[in-house]
Design a protein. Structure first.
Lengths: 150, 150
């Protein structure tokens, strides 16, 4: 099994074809990783979430990592890793355009609420308030097995 | 869709039934998440890896997070998150028992090499030296949709 580094263009294309990944944040050097739905417009990664540990941590430390992967067998897989910066898009005029892009993209991709936080018994109303965010990509790398079967 | 918190026993059972997850580490509060194969003996999580960014970071900061999830549909899923501590198990007599457990478990589970690091052109011999590790579980939590279809 040969493993190849993917080009940046290939990584970005794969990001655009994917809607589900794992998002990691960190507080005091303790990482925390959760599954997320997202959408990518060729520039930013957009997502919805609700208030909870992940958002609290990302507000304190916006450095995040998004990972996507595909496995059709143990010998055929790819993985793309994004290092980026979390930015919340509150319901304010200056974020209007960005929020519209986020909503349109996420609707197109049939994104659904996939948030353990929504089940929180505590602060239920707060937990159900949607939070729109985007991730600014700082670095993207990927590996895949060869041959490329796409 | 109702979302339920899983009991610790249920989380641990699911961990024992799973062999693939995403492991996050962090350096200078920058998280990094990669897919990994692992095995669980009811107490520790065991894995193989090779020298690369992940190991370098975990040696500097052993705080890690392992996430596993299952989705049979958008409405039926579960996710378990482990906060833990990385410990390397070098080929030394004092780690002999732990390494034997790791090897046996990982063989049983048909674990394979799934390591972008092995393709590294730099330090190829170093990158191919297997590193055995285990994760000490500090906290485990999980959520799943209801009803439980297991």
């Amino acid at each position: 099994m040969e493993i190849l580094e993917m080009s940046e263009a290939e990584c970005l294309r794969k990001l655009g074809q994917t809607k589900f990944g794992r998002l990691a944040c960190a507080r005091d050097n303790q990482p925390y990783v959760v599954p997320v739905y997202f959408a990518f417009d060729g520039r930013h990664i957009y997502g919805f979430t609700t208030l909870g540990q992940k958002v609290e941590w990302m507000r304190l430390n916006p450095q995040v990592c998004l990972e996507i992967d595909e496995r059709s067998s143990d010998d055929t897989w790819l993985s793309v890793v994004v290092f980026g910066r979390y930015e919340e898009l509150p319901d304010e005029p200056r974020f209007g355009t960005a929020r519209t892009i986020a909503h349109q993209l996420l609707q197109q991709r049939s994104a659904i609420w996939w948030e353990p936080a929504t089940s929180s018994k505590r602060n239920k109303s707060l937990a159900l308030t949607p939070i729109v965010y985007r991730i600014h990509i700082r670095q993207i790398t990927g590996y895949r097995t060869s041959p490329n079967e796409e």
